[in-house]
Design a protein around this ligand. Structure first.
Ligand SMILES: Cc1ncc(COP(=O)(O)O)c(C=O)c1O
Length: 353
């Protein structure tokens, strides 16, 4: 007799997702936004919550929220789906179109949660190496699809951790080289680059996933959505849990869309700071910075122990230095001008040391 039940065999060696949540003065490691949403937004959410009947289940299809998203995106509501963060959108997609015997094509380096979510959904993931500049070209895209013959393809636009945008010709190539569902994870697209949204009518197997966690400044809300063809939305109903989207979240999402301009108002400031920090990093000798259209920057340095030495100075960034393809790489989220200055000063001191 054993006191514990072994976890599913295929999950034995899974390392849980775990970007550190440390209480340090300057936290620039999870690509959140530095400025909180305006107080008027919290008032609007509170007003909406007061109207709720919390003894009742929420509206199961989240019809009002999906209609509001559809209005913003210029689509009909039957082409919009919402879930608890874009991570859950991806999980539902992988559950619906992946599973035993199905293959997911990812690109490396990419967002570390993609292979993890695939594992949870019992889906085989293959990771195809991107070229040195981490740009997916149409040739690389077609070659990868022809070689791996996936049922699903997923890449972030812009990509994480590189910040490099995924070009629309490469999206077309991913789609046209095979018959996979092509998922563009556009968690950061409001910060720059071109959205694959404009290809939705051209490419019948394209899905675009978005989030309220980044440019909308609502990482704590856990709300994401997808734009697709109506058959995808129909299929996702088969894997979603009953009443998966709670009533408070639906109200908050509606308030966010009503106050969209106020919530997104900080985006130009973030982009200007990103470009300023990138310029300053390029001034440091021996630091390579990838061009980013996200709210973060990936940089490589040969100097050892940079992550720990920044942390000693109260600055937390994301350490990718031991990951394949990312040797010596760190990722920094764009913070407030003050936080960015603290980061740059600390890095200058570490590099000069
Ligand atoms: C590429 C990418 N997709 C999705 C997410 C997660 O988004 P959400 O908070 O909507 O689950 C992140 C978060 O860092 C991300 O980098």
């Amino acid at each position: 007799m054993s006191d514990r039940v072994p976890v599913r065999d295929d999950l034995g060696d899974v390392v849980p997702y775990g970007a550190p949540q440390l209480d340090v003065p300057v936290r620039l490691n999870t690509n959140e936004t530095a400025e909180p949403p305006p107080p008027a937004f919290l008032e609007a959410v509170a007003d909406g919550v007061r109207e709720l009947q919390l003894h009742r289940y929420p509206d199961r299809p989240a019809a009002a929220l999906r209609a509001a998203i559809a209005g913003v995106e210029g689509l009909t509501p039957d082409r919009v789906w919402a879930a608890n963060g874009s991570n859950e959108i991806l999980l539902q997609l992988f559950q619906a179109y992946g599973g035993p015997g199905r293959r997911l094509l990812l690109f490396r380096p990419g967002y570390s949660a993609h292979p993890l979510i695939a594992r949870v959904a019992n889906t085989d993931a293959v990771e195809h190496d991107l070229p040195e500049d981490f740009r997916l070209t149409p040739d690389v895209a077609s070659e990868a699809v022809r070689r791996h013959r996936p049922h699903l393809v997923c890449i972030a636009n812009p990509n994480n951790p590189s910040g490099v945008p995924t070009e629309l010709d490469a999206v077309r190539a991913l789609h046209d080289a095979g018959d996979a569902l092509v998922v563009l994870d556009e968690a950061y697209v409001e910060f720059g680059g071109v959205s694959a949204r404009e290809l939705l009518d051209e490419l019948p197997r394209l899905v675009v996933s978005r989030t309220f966690s980044k440019a909308y400044r609502l990482a704590g809300l856990r709300l994401g959505y997808l734009l697709a063809h109506d058959w995808v939305v129909d299929d996702l109903r088969k894997v979603r849990l009953p009443y998966h989207l709670d009533a408070v979240k639906q109200v908050a999402g509606l308030a966010a869309l009503r106050m969209r301009d106020d919530l997104l108002e900080h985006v130009p400031r973030v982009c200007a700071e990103r470009d300023r920090v990138a310029g300053a990093l390029r001034q440091l000798g021996d630091v390579h910075v990838w061009p980013s259209t996200g709210n973060f920057l990936l940089f490589r340095t040969e100097v050892p122990g940079v992550f720990e030495r920044l942390l000693e100075r109260g600055v937390l960034v994301r350490d990718f230095s031991t990951r394949p393809r990312l040797e010596g790489c760190l990722r920094v989220t764009v913070g407030t001008p003050y936080e960015n200055d603290v980061f740059l000063e600390a890095l200058r001191a570490v590099v000069a040391d």
